[in-house]
Design a protein around this ligand. Structure first.
Ligand code: FES
Length: 65
């Protein structure tokens, strides 16, 4: 299922980031290119908590700066 239409990001893509230890909101957004305001609508940046939940498998994210 797509979680970002602008970048074509799927739930699986976000879970893969989590498997590589990328679970911080900022790191997830950067890794997925969601900080590229020129080509993104910005809607996803409002749902980063849901991305973190996907990346962590609903576990509490730790180690974010
Ligand atoms: S839907 Fe993800 S940035 Fe637009």
């Amino acid at each position: 299922m797509y979680v970002c239409i602008c970048k074509g990001v799927t739930e699986s893509d976000v879970r893969k980031l989590g498997q590589h230890g990328i679970v911080c909101p900022q790191a997830i957004a950067s890794s997925l290119g969601l900080t590229d305001r020129k080509n993104c609508c910005g809607r996803c940046l409002k749902k980063l908590d849901e991305f973190v939940a996907l990346a962590t498998g609903e576990q509490h994210a730790v180690g974010c700066r």
